[in-house]
Write a protein of this length. Structure first.
Length: 181
């Protein structure tokens, strides 16, 4: 039994690598092709964070516009959220504003504050980069993300780090809330 259970949606345009990131983290594998996610997929990962048994409930949200109406329900009750874009497709970076608008409105409506990380995917395709590291960092800072991290699900670079970092942020926030009670 876990000491803590955290809801963790992963949000971003279709094809940015949300499913490959999740599968790399959960199973240690990379597959070149996955079928597009329909609506959302749900996964659970149990891990130890700072000596506490923790259960991550990962919600891999479909990035197509036709599923966007489901997003407020996914965000409701979230403890943390990963926002993802593809460093080789500028449009996916630009579309983060649309995802954030829904996210921020939902959080206001439910009176919740959610820890966030900004993730730039496909670092193994550095030579095809269209979004600079500086631009992504500036965006993260301007929109109150805790941090910006780039990763490659193909090579595994920073995959574990992303989930460790968000789990630590969620645990720290939960612990501070419990102390206030």
């Amino acid at each position: 039994m876990s000491d803590y259970k955290f809801k963790l949606p992963i949000i971003g345009d279709g094809g940015v690598g949300k499913t490959t990131l999740t599968h790399r983290y959960l199973h240690g594998i990379f597959e070149e092709k996955y079928a597009l996610t329909i609506g959302m997929e749900f996964y659970i990962k149990k891990l130890e964070v700072d000596g506490k048994l923790t259960s991550l409930h990962i919600w891999d949200f479909a990035g197509e516009d036709k599923f966007r109406f489901l997003l407020p329900g996914v965000i409701n009750g979230a403890n943390g959220t990963l926002f993802m874009f593809d460093i080789t497709r500028y449009k996916t970076f630009n579309n983060l504003k649309n995802w954030l608008a829904v996210f921020n409105e939902t959080n206001r409506n439910y009176g919740q504050e959610v820890e966030t990380l900004l993730i730039g995917s496909k670092l193994d395709l550095e030579q095809a980069r269209t979004v600079s590291i500086d631009e992504a960092r500036e965006f993260a800072k301007a929109h109150n993300f805790f941090e910006y991290i780039e990763c490659s699900s193909k090579t595994g670079e920073n995959v574990e780090l992303i989930f460790e970092k968000i789990a630590q942020l969620m645990l720290k926030k939960e612990s501070s809330l419990l102390k206030k009670k």
